[in-house]
Design a binder for this molecule. Structure first.
Ligand SMILES: Cc1cc2nc3c(=O)[nH]c(=O)nc-3n(C[C@H](O)[C@H](O)[C@H](O)COP(=O)(O)OP(=O)(O)OC[C@H]3O[C@@H](n4cnc5c(N)ncnc54)[C@H](O)[C@@H]3O)c2cc1C
Length: 481
């Protein structure tokens, strides 16, 4: 196309000294120069734009867009439906739910000794550390002493040690049906002690922290070794594959959050998205994206399986209005007709553990997952450890709901969840839902990057772009005069 136009323009040039085509061609040439100048200028101001320039060199090699359509492997829903229902129903409700007083406080032991090796924390940023809640911030009712256990007078029961009282509260009927139960899939992290702290998750977003290098790599390597030692050789059974996919899906989600909220410029403390990183770590590997969808559906299935329980539970944080909202949002989520129609069975857990070695296999995989949860104590960055622990804890809750309780047939233990497990489960689903939304939204920008087409300017730079564009137009126009 460009060459044909060039020939046409050359012919007109022969007929007329100053033909319109020639003028246009010169104008275009000038504009191209101006655009290049603008590009150079913009790349100085916009890290995302320089990302395009860097990417332009490498983006031509692969045309595999890894398009995701049809049924999601090992699940009963398709990609299109999941994307639609995620944006229309799940993501908006979850986003509100995690902001409520009940769901935003997570109890966690942040300072733990790594049981496997000496910690060699590699965190570089202040963002690595967690902002803990001051004592008077987290819900009073979380600190309330048990009804009728040690004393009915909360003040006497405090004994000046609020951390102590917190755990007793959780081990009682303060929350109907929410008692301390041992989850065979995770290492019990709920024991009452001074190291437990409450963290306001809203103040500690999961994002880039600068935690990288050998320490982070060693954790992931150990996790993958535990999640499916035989996966790469292709010898693993269905259940091991599920464990591997859950971990890989979680890893994808963590990487998506790092890339979506990245420190682009340390000097100016400018945060934004790093599409190159998102592509390099997740989007260029279709399997990693598929595993993200799989993990999302797995956790969603756990939540819907526990629907009756979750709808009857008491969401008591002491803030009555917010607790009513949490209850109502939970109901909207679990009883949503659109969700039920679109994806009635996100994952069919009944297919697993069917072989004659089923019970032993379950024990073995439980042990592997418990090891993974212990590995979270080795994460050398506090904020990463917080979210790592929460999300692995949430996965453990999902595994417990789906595989250790058979409330459908009333054969196994009745379902009982710890309050912290439900908080982790809901926050995990929200993180996965966010990642799915981001992947879906960004796929086309990344596709453009791959084809060498400039990406749309980030919102914060739109003004700069408008000014640059005006300059380009004016410059091109003036040179034609
Ligand atoms: C539990 C945990 C939580 C973390 N949280 C944060 C955080 O909140 N913020 C932050 O900035 N950093 C966090 N990190 C560090 C972060 O995950 C990376 O390890 C770090 O950014 C270095 O990335 P990398 O490019 O070396 O690849 P990594 O992400 O470390 O990946 C290591 C290797 O695992 C494989 N791999 C990568 N992704 C997948 C996948 N989806 N499926 C299968 N295999 C895969 C690849 O072979 C890759 O080379 C966390 C680390 C851990 C262990």
């Amino acid at each position: 196309m460009v060459e044909a136009n060039g020939d046409e323009n050359m012919n007109s040039h022969r007929k007329n000294k100053k033909p319109w085509g020639w003028r246009l061609n010169t104008g275009i040439g000038t504009m191209v120069i101006a655009v290049l100048l603008a590009v150079a200028l913009a790349s100085k101001h916009s890290p995302n734009f320089s990302l395009f320039l860097d990417h332009h060199k490498i983006c031509r090699c692969s045309k595999d867009s890894g398009e995701l359509s049809g049924i999601i492997e090992d699940s009963c829903c398709d990609y299109e439906t999941v994307n639609r229902i995620n944006v229309a129903v799940l993501n908006p409700i979850l986003q509100q739910l995690v902001k409520t007083s009940f769901f935003r406080y997570f109890k966690v032991k942040l300072w733990c000794d790594c049981p496997f090796w000496l910690d060699d924390g590699m965190c570089m940023l202040r963002d690595c550390s967690v902002c803990e809640c001051p004592d008077n911030e987290f819900p009073e009712s979380f600190k309330k002493p048990p009804h009728g256990s040690i004393s009915s007078n909360p003040l006497i029961c405090q004994r000046g040690d609020p951390q102590d009282t917190v755990d007793r509260t959780l081990a009682t009927k303060t929350f109907r049906g929410w008692i301390a139960v041992d989850n065979p899939w995770t290492n019990d992290d709920e024991t009452d002690n001074d190291e437990m702290t409450y963290v306001n998750l809203q103040l500690n977003p999961e994002r880039y922290t600068g935690y990288t290098g050998a320490s982070a790599r060693r954790i992931w390597d150990a996790i993958y070794l535990d999640s499916s030692p035989k996966y790469s050789s292709g010898e693993s059974c269905q259940e091991e594959k599920v464990l591997y996919k859950l971990i890989s899906g979680l890893h994808s989600s963590i990487s998506i959050h790092i890339a979506a909220d990245y420190l682009l410029d340390v000097k100016t403390n400018q945060w934004g998205e790093n599409l190159q990183l998102m592509y390099d770590r997740v989007l260029r590997y279709p399997d990693r994206v598929k595993n993200l969808y799989f993990t999302y559906l797995f956790v969603l299935r756990a939540l819907t399986k526990a629907s009756d329980y979750l709808q009857q539970a008491e969401y008591d944080s002491g803030d009555h209005a917010e607790d009513l909202e949490a209850q109502s949002l939970m109901q909207q989520l679990l009883e949503n007709p659109e969700l039920q129609d679109a994806c009635p069975l996100p994952f069919d857990e009944a297919k697993l553990w069917q072989g004659k070695n089923g019970p032993e296999l379950k024990q073995q995989i439980q042990k592997q997952f418990r090891n993974i949860s212990s590995l979270m104590d080795c994460v050398g960055c506090e904020k990463c450890r917080l979210w790592g622990k929460l999300q692995v804890f949430g996965l453990g809750a999902a595994l417990n709901i789906l595989f250790s309780v058979d409330d459908m047939h009333n054969q196994g233990q009745p379902l009982q969840l710890h309050r912290n497990e439900v908080i982790a489960l809901v926050n995990l689903l929200n993180k996965l839902s966010e990642s799915i939304r981001i992947v879906n939204e960004k796929a086309s920008s990344v596709e453009r990057l791959m084809n060498g087409i400039p990406i749309e300017p980030p919102k914060q730079n739109i003004k700069l772009w408008q000014e640059l564009w005006k300059t380009v137009i004016n410059f091109g126009y003036r040179s034609q005069m």
